[in-house]
Structure formats: structure tokens, C-alpha cells
Design a protein around this ligand. Structure first.
Ligand SMILES: *[C@@H]1O[C@H](CO)[C@@H](O)[C@H](O)[C@H]1NC(C)=O
Ligand SMILES: *[C@@H]1O[C@H](CO)[C@@H](O)[C@H](O)[C@H]1NC(C)=O
Ligand SMILES: *[C@@H]1O[C@H](CO)[C@@H](O)[C@H](O)[C@H]1NC(C)=O
Ligand SMILES: *[C@@H]1O[C@H](CO)[C@@H](O)[C@H](O)[C@H]1NC(C)=O
Ligand SMILES: *[C@@H]1O[C@H](CO)[C@@H](O)[C@H](O)[C@H]1NC(C)=O
Length: 240
């Protein structure tokens, strides 16, 4: 077939495809999956496949075929998935190993039934990286009465995450910034920032011993942005 023939063929296929997509948006339902990058996933449907189906095709978005099963044989197409995928014709499941962030898409499985009708299922796959280690910025101040004021900022650059602070607090704080003051106290106090997305979570912990000294830290990078001791030292110096 010449390239013009191919183009016509492709155009027809796209047309048929969009018609069948239209049908599926009425009868099919969309399954959402969220997975961590690097894991192995299995895209499958909860129901069983139509009996004695003739052909089964998996698409990455609506115009790129990944694999097609026909007459007892699976044909894997040239795609970024080559070598990372496997089709189980029995269940229709598509296994993808070492899933990448770029693999997130709406996958479509199209089945040609023995009566000549087609049926489609869609699976929306979202691939997320694990959250990085949190970075905590510390601002602290103590006054003459040894009260300690702390402002701890927990940051992950450019990521969509949730923050929760745990520690000696009236309640958990769902915010990236924790501000607290404590009075002179015998024990040290620890604060943990938990950063999480729907596939992973990481903790960073800071401990302070009285009155306002950083004692220990775990699992964090940290920056002390300013340390102000509000004892009037300068005034004292001036008076000498
Ligand atoms: C993913 O599957 C591959 C083989 O396809 C295997 O070698 C690897 O251990 C699996 N990884 C995980 C995290 O299950
Ligand atoms: C279908 O997917 C579920 C959840 O991902 C998995 O537990 C199950 O083993 C899969 N079934 C097949 C046949 O792959
Ligand atoms: C996949 O990820 C890219 C980049 O994060 C995003 O632009 C795109 O909308 C995502 N696609 C789906 C189907 O989630
Ligand atoms: C943050 O938490 C809210 C409420 O629990 C949730 O709906 C949202 O998806 C979470 N965001 C992330 C990035 O995990
Ligand atoms: C993070 O800290 C919270 C609160 O202390 C705790 O419940 C959770 O198990 C910790 N998670 C990890 C991964 O250490």
C-alpha cells in the first residue's frame, strides 16, 4: 500500500476510533489508579472479558497502540513500553514494569467481540514520584525570661504535597509552617514535619532542649535562617 493509502487507512481508523470512543463514554466507566514511579503495575478490569472475543487492543492515549492480541497471538508495537509490558490474554491485564512518570495517561482497552461489536474500558493511570526529604528552615528567638519562640518552615520545592506537624502541640497542624512558643521547661521538645502525597510520605524531626537550643534532628536538611537573642547586648555594650 502506498503512503496515501496508509493515510486514508489511518484516517478511517481514527474516525472509527472516535466513534467508538463516543459510545464508550456512555457505557464505559473510568477507573483511576495512582502508583509510585518505579513500581510494577497491572492494568486490568474487575469484570471478566467477553467470551471468545476476537481481538483485544491496548492503547496509550487513544491513538497509540501498545499491544494487540489477535488469532491467538500478541503483537507488541514499537513504543516506549517495548520490553516493559506483557499482556495476559486470559484476563486482558496489561502488566507494565518500572512505571515512569511519563507513563501517566488514560489507557484504553478495546475488545472486539464475536458478535462484531466493540467494547471499551478506560484506566487513568497517575504516576507520582515519592516525596523528597523535607527541608526545614528554623527561625528561633529567646527572650530574657528564657521563653523560646520557634518558627519552623518545612519545604519541598515545586511539589504538590500535604504537610502535617506533630509534636507537643494542642493539635496537629496541617500547614508547612509551625509557629510556637514555649516557656522554660525541663524536657526537650520534638517536632516532626510529615510531607506526603498519595503514594509516599517522609518525616523530618527537630528537637530542642531548654531554653532554646537545637538538640537533635532526624531525616531532614535544615537551614537556620536567623538566630536572634533578644537580650539587649548592644545596649549593654553602649552603656559600658
Ligand atoms: C518488577 O518486575 C520485574 C520483572 O518484570 C522484577 O524483576 C522486579 O523485581 C519487579 N519489581 C517490583 C518492585 O516488584
Ligand atoms: C488486577 O488488578 C488487581 C489490583 O491491581 C490485582 O490485585 C489483581 O491480581 C489483578 N488481576 C490480574 C488477573 O492481573
Ligand atoms: C501526565 O503528566 C503530565 C506531566 O505531569 C501532565 O501534563 C498530564 O496531564 C498527565 N496526564 C494524565 C492523563 O494524567
Ligand atoms: C492532601 O490532603 C487532601 C485531604 O486529605 C487530599 O484530598 C489531597 O489529595 C492531598 N494532596 C496530596 C498531594 O496528597
Ligand atoms: C512520621 O511521624 C508520624 C508522627 O510522629 C508517625 O505517625 C509516622 O509513623 C512517621 N512516619 C514515618 C515514615 O516515620
Amino acid at each position: 500500500m502506498g503512503s496515501r493509502g496508509w493515510n486514508r487507512c489511518l484516517a478511517l481508523e481514527l474516525l472509527l476510533l472516535s466513534l467508538s470512543l463516543l459510545a464508550i463514554s456512555i457505557q464505559g466507566h473510568l477507573v483511576h489508579m495512582t502508583v509510585v514511579s518505579g513500581s510494577n503495575v497491572s492494568l486490568n478490569i474487575s469484570e471478566s472479558l467477553p467470551e471468545n472475543y476476537k481481538q483485544l487492543t491496548w492503547f496509550y492515549t487513544f491513538d497509540q497502540k501498545i499491544v494487540e492480541w489477535d488469532s491467538g497471538k500478541s503483537k507488541y508495537f514499537e513504543s516506549k513500553f517495548k520490553g516493559r509490558i506483557r499482556l495476559d490474554p486470559q484476563s486482558g491485564a496489561l502488566y507494565i514494569s518500572k512505571v515512569q512518570k511519563e507513563d501517566n495517561s488514560t489507557y484504553i482497552m478495546r475488545v472486539l467481540k464475536k458478535d462484531g461489536y466493540e467494547q471499551e474500558w478506560k484506566i487513568k493511570l497517575q504516576v507520582l514520584d515519592p516525596v523528597p526529604k523535607p527541608v526545614i528552615k528554623i527561625e528561633k528567638r529567646e527572650d530574657v525570661d528564657d521563653n523560646c519562640y520557634l518558627k519552623l518552615s518545612c519545604v519541598i520545592p515545586g511539589e504538590s504535597v500535604n504537610y502535617t506537624w506533630y509534636g507537643e502541640l494542642p493539635k496537629e497542624i496541617q500547614n508547612s509552617v509551625l509557629e510556637t512558643t514555649f516557656k522554660p521547661h525541663k524536657h526537650s521538645r520534638c517536632y516532626t514535619c510529615q510531607v506526603s502525597n498519595s503514594v509516599s510520605s517522609k518525616n523530618g524531626t527537630f528537637c530542642f532542649s531548654p531554653p532554646c537550643t537545637m538538640a537533635r534532628s532526624f531525616g531532614v536538611e535544615w537551614i537556620a535562617s536567623w538566630l536572634v537573642i533578644t537580650v539587649p547586648i548592644i545596649l549593654g555594650l553602649l552603656l559600658i
